[in-house]
Design a protein around this ligand. Structure first.
Ligand code: KG4
Ligand code: ZN
Length: 334
């Protein structure tokens, strides 16, 4: 079955073609980062309009890249939520119109299920069951994954998401949107010993996270450093301290989740999964604990159409599909 996937939940238009036998056939992405950077964050109305500009063109591009035609599509998957309402509606409208015109099934996909299953796109996919650490701009969750569609939430953030904390801390350090990867780059030259930041909920005994206090600690330190001369590397040092604290909590809680569930496989997904210090730390801890750890390709850590095509395909082959008439999106979807 060949499934077209369309992702428009936020600031990337992602389109891909996934074949249930041959794997990923083609994928294309248009990022809106440059447009939103002018405003210091995502402007929802501009995001919707840009998805309109690029969605259909990217569909044509992936078909061309795969050497296929519209008639070769067996189903259409799209991100139904969570995300920005207008942006989601553009993707859903495009997907539903294509499915209707082709007389093929459509299926709405939960964006986080896309992230969760994205490591399955790799040549060496993780086996089930496993524990998943889902770390994106909007979510931070630990899940027990028994199989496709069989997910148990083990713990999650009680306030900010990990990516959100990276982005907000980056802003406090004067870095432009989206700050997460820029903060990580700045931290590379930072002195890990200069600042010591809190590890919220590290010893809470449960698998929940909290990042709001960590961000506030960055703000407090940044205020104290504001008058230092330009030559002082406090920004890099503070970036390093923030990254160390966030990575420490994420990795230790992931290891606790593995111990509690008895699982021997860890999957890391979502934008913060691209963070190299998080990967290096988890690699070391997992090697010591006899756990095998899997990450998506860097290009599939952040938002993309491939993970939506994959998640949709896995549901369509199980006979799941949307009702044929009308469509809806779910900006908030637990
Ligand atoms: O999964 P994603 O693309 O979007 C959501 O579904 O939220 O994640 C985006 C988040 C942003 O907060 C971004 O700053 C963060 O992932 N991110 C990183 C890195 N690359 C992306 N955070 C830390 N280090 C990175 N290298
Ligand atoms: Zn995402």
């Amino acid at each position: 079955m060949r499934v077209l996937g369309i992702e428009t939940s936020c600031d990337e238009t992602g389109v891909a073609l996934y074949d249930t036998e041959r794997g990923l056939l083609a994928h294309a992405l248009h990022s809106q980062i440059d447009m939103h950077a002018l405003y210091g964050g995502v402007v929802p109305e501009l995001a919707s309009r840009d998805h309109i500009r690029h969605g259909a063109l990217l569909v044509q591009q992936v078909l061309r890249d795969a050497g296929l035609e519209m008639k070769d599509i067996d189903g259409v998957a799209y991100t139904e939520g969570p995300g920005l309402a207008g942006a989601l509606l553009v993707g859903a409208g495009l997907a539903k119109a294509l499915a209707f015109g082709l007389n093929k099934p459509a299926i709405g996909v939960h964006h986080l299920e896309g992230h969760l299953l994205s490591p399955l796109l790799a040549a060496d996919p993780p086996p089930f069951p496993h524990v998943a650490l889902l770390v994106s701009g909007g979510h931070t969750q630990l899940m027990d994954v028994a199989g496709v569609g069989r997910y148990t939430l083990l713990g999650e953030t009680i306030d900010d998401a990990a990516g959100e904390a990276f982005d907000k801390s980056a802003k406090l350090l004067g870095l432009p949107y989206p700050g997460g990867p820029k903060l990580a780059r700045l931290a590379e030259t930072g002195d890990p010993k200069r600042f010591s930041l809190p590890r919220p909920l590290l010893h809470s005994g449960d698998l929940n996270f909290s990042f709001a206090g960590l961000k506030t600690a960055v703000l407090t330190q940044a205020r104290k450093c504001a008058d230092l001369p330009d030559t002082d590397p406090w920004r890099a040092d503070l970036a390093r301290a923030f990254e160390d604290a966030a990575v420490d909590v994420l990795s230790k809680k992931a290891m606790t989740a593995l111990k509690q569930t008895g699982r021997k496989v860890l999957v890391v997904a979502g934008g913060v999964g691209a963070n190299q210090r998080l990967r290096a730390t988890l690699n070391a801890l997992c090697a010591k604990a006899g756990v095998k750890v899997y990450y998506p390709d860097l290009q599939f850590c952040t938002d993309n159409g491939a993970m939506i095509a994959l998640a949709g395909a896995l549901r369509l082959v199980r006979g799941q599909r949307d009702a044929q008439t009308g469509f809806n999106v779910r900006p908030r979807w637990p």
